[in-house]
Design a protein around this ligand. Structure first.
Ligand code: HEM
Length: 449
């Protein structure tokens, strides 16, 4: 035991893929590639060729090299590689069903429903997902070259989708906010946490083969060599309606400052990243830019949400210490690592008309529990307001609102209520994937069926 009571865990960092525990660089450029495997032997050859390009999470503080690739498989992908039935059945039911089959429950309805998804997302054709991230375009190119080498001239493997991503010149996402700040510290990862009020989360919440927050080993895919040091990843291409969002705020505010305040209330942070909990009245860019301070807060002294509304996006997604004594919900069971990136051009500052461009976020979740982490947060906290006593309200920024959405901003003497919230985020598609450890990649490559 350490002085703080935490048990020391020895994570096999050399066997965990880089993308799982590495923070993404800033600035960054990257590419997501999806592949279809038509022949199991070719699929295994692909994994064999990719293996040397994949790096491990060994040096999380000093990311190995300048660029890294993450290799992940959908359930259909594992099937396409010829993974035995018994092993396939050992994966979580949500993973086996895939995101498209879970869409209605996740709130992916109407324009966000799989019927409207960008093809081939959500179809049984998506087998292998590759994500390449680097500080610069040259780094991405170099790794992509290696990946291209792996799948080109390999009959039986087809590249079927590509999405490039990059950090916008502002360093923020399309709605204008800094993102990727609130992350859990993972016990044994060596990556220092950003919120000193949150004890590091047990490694088993994020990586298979280690105890989780319940004190037990989470169900791990079998055989052991396949499951150990692997994890699940969710990726979702989320289109953001930036002009509609700006107009919505403008129409409800008498000044630019007021519009900015309403936007911050919706997010729970200011554009700079400064949390409302620490800077309730105006943005504080030095606070937003300071990793030692910008995540050092709780909501205990703001239970009524006068500083940060309980319905704000970041507070819903991680209510921190706001729930425990009221509802005995263990927030630690619903944490997630996020590795999202931006895609598409920036809508220039001040523009209120839609230019028709596709822009948004490739949201990426990493965790060992698809159901109680990603799906729980999405369905119970973002898409539903019961837990904060506002059953008619959904997340004002990312929730599946239908132009009748509401958002309450507690203030004195009387609260303010924003009405008629339209959807600002549309799901363009996504997948549930499994990211194996490095030994597991070898196992997948070397099996003979
Ligand atoms: C286009 C869609 C989305 C946008 C624009 C967005 C934006 C943001 C922003 C600006 C923050 C605050 C900065 C930070 O702490 O990193 C944030 C935090 C967060 N978001 Fe999202 N988000 C989106 C979708 C989602 C989804 C779908 C989930 C989960 C299912 C999610 C989970 C979280 C979590 C866990 C946090 C950190 C909260 C904390 O620890 O304080 N986000 N998001």
């Amino acid at each position: 035991m350490t002085a703080t009571g935490a048990t020391r865990v020895s994570l096999e960092l050399g066997d965990i893929q880089s993308g799982v525990l590495h923070e993404r660089p800033s600035p960054y450029v990257g590419t997501y590639l999806l592949l279809r495997v038509d022949d199991p032997a070719a699929g295994r050859e692909l994994v064999r060729r990719l293996y040397p390009v994949v790096d491990s999470g060994r040096s999380t503080l000093d990311p190995a090299g300048n660029a890294w690739i993450t290799v992940a498989f959908t359930y259909q992908g594992l099937k396409a590689l010829g993974v035995p039935q018994g092993s396939l059945e050992s994966f979580a039911p949500e993973f086996r069903q895939g995101m498209a089959a879970r869409a209605a429950g996740l709130g992916d309805v109407d324009e966000s429903s799989p019927a409207h998804w960008e093809k081939p997302l959500g179809t049984s054709e998506v087998h292998v997902a590759l994500a390449v991230l680097s500080r610069d375009a040259a780094g991405v190119q170099a790794v992509l070259e290696g990946a291209r080498h792996a799948h080109q001239e390999l009959p039986g493997v087809e590249a079927i989708w590509r999405q490039d991503c990059y950090q916008l010149p502002t360093g923020r996402t399309s709605f204008g906010f800094k993102d990727g700040i609130g992350q859990p510290a993972v016990e044994g990862s060596g990556v220092p946490g950003s919120n000193p009020r949150e004890r590091p989360i047990k490694a088993g919440e994020f990586i298979f083969g280690y105890p989780d927050e319940t004190g037990s080993l989470p169900p791990m895919p079998t055989p052991d060599v396949l499951g150990r040091n692997g994890t699940y990843v969710v990726f979702r291409k989320l289109h953001t309606r930036v002009a509609a969002y700006r107009r919505y705020l403008r129409e409800r505010a008498s000044s630019r400052e007021e519009a900015e305040l309403l936007g911050a209330k919706m997010v729970g942070r200011w554009p700079s990243g400064a949390p409302l909990a620490l800077a309730p009245d105006k943005d504080a860019s030095d606070l937003g830019a300071d990793p030692k301070r910008n995540n050092d807060f709780g909501y205990r002294d703001d239970l009524h949400g006068f500083k940060c509304p309980a319905g704000a996006h970041a507070r819903r997604a991680n209510p921190r210490d706001a729930l425990d004594h009221e509802m005995s919900v263990n927030v630690r069971l619903h944490r997630m690592i996020r590795r999202g990136t931006s895609y598409g051009p920036m809508l220039p500052d001040g523009v209120l008309d839609d230019d028709g461009a596709d822009r948004g976020i490739v949201f990426v979740f990493v965790g060992a529990h698809l159901k109680r982490q990603f799906e729980f947060v999405k369905t119970q906290w973002l898409n539903n307001g019961i837990f904060i006593g506002a059953s008619a309200e959904k997340d004002p920024l990312v929730g599946p609102n239908d132009s009748s959405g509401m958002f309450t901003i507690p203030q004195r003497p009387i609260r303010r209520r924003l009405q008629n919230l339209p959807p600002f985020v549309i799901t363009r598609g996504g997948e549930y994937c499994f990211v194996p450890g490095l030994r597991a990649l070898r196992w997948l490559a070397d099996r003979n069926t």
